[in-house]
Design a protein around this ligand. Structure first.
Ligand code: 5GP
Length: 183
């Protein structure tokens, strides 16, 4: 069986990646979303093993040294990484895989797997992004500032992606993502 597609969804924090990906998975349950490991503390309502694998910095280091990550990056003071094994297993079984990751990770995937396809989710405007990030109330002021800083660099890099979807409407963006994945 041919290896199923690997699609990377990237874009600034607050753009709505999780919401759009969740809508895409609901519309097409045959696609699998990779669960990352992170050293960040869980937000209210987040479940270990579902939203993320929440790990200590020491455990994350061990995983890095054991080569367990397909890619990993430091973002706004925490580490995030994609466990390699589950992604390979799904793709070998013919199941398309989505990674929802930030820019540095997207670049690593691009280098290690030229068949991966990268889509950038962009906000309708800078003001909308700022309002979403500050208004969601899940982050400390320091974390919001770090995320806005990162957002500037991420928006500047959107030309590196195979497709750019402007997230004005969740359903439309989810459909665009599925079209991209199956296209
Ligand atoms: P958050 O803390 O808001 O859940 O995630 C912060 C950023 O890290 C988001 O842009 C998210 O897409 C990204 N991210 C989540 N998991 C991973 C991962 O495994 N690798 C990388 N490079 N970024 C990730």
């Amino acid at each position: 069986m041919a290896t199923a597609p690997l699609v990377v969804v990237s874009g600034p924090s607050g753009v709505g990646k999780s919401t759009v990906v969740a809508a895409a998975l609901e519309a097409d349950p045959s696609v699998w979303l990779s669960v990352s490991a992170t050293t960040r503390a869980p937000r209210e309502g987040e479940i270990d093993g579902v939203n993320y694998f929440f790990v200590t910095r020491d455990r994350f280091e061990e995983m890095v040294h054991a080569g367990e990550f397909l890619e990993w990056a430091e973002f706004a003071g925490n580490r995030y990484g994609t466990p390699r094994g589950p992604v390979q297993e799904r793709r070998s079984a013919g199941i398309p895989v989505i990674l929802e990751i930030e820019l540095q990770g997207a670049r690593q995937v691009r280098l290690s797997d030229p068949t991966a396809r990268l889509v950038f989710l962009a906000p309708p405007s800078w003001e909308v992004l700022e309002a979403r990030l500050t208004g969601r109330g899940t982050e400390s002021p320091e974390s919001v500032a770090a995320r806005l800083d990162a957002a500037r660099a991420e928006l500047a890099a959107q030309g590196e992606f195979d497709d750019v979807v402007v997230n004005t409407d969740v359903r439309e963006s989810a459909q665009a993502l599925l079209d991209f994945l199956h296209g």
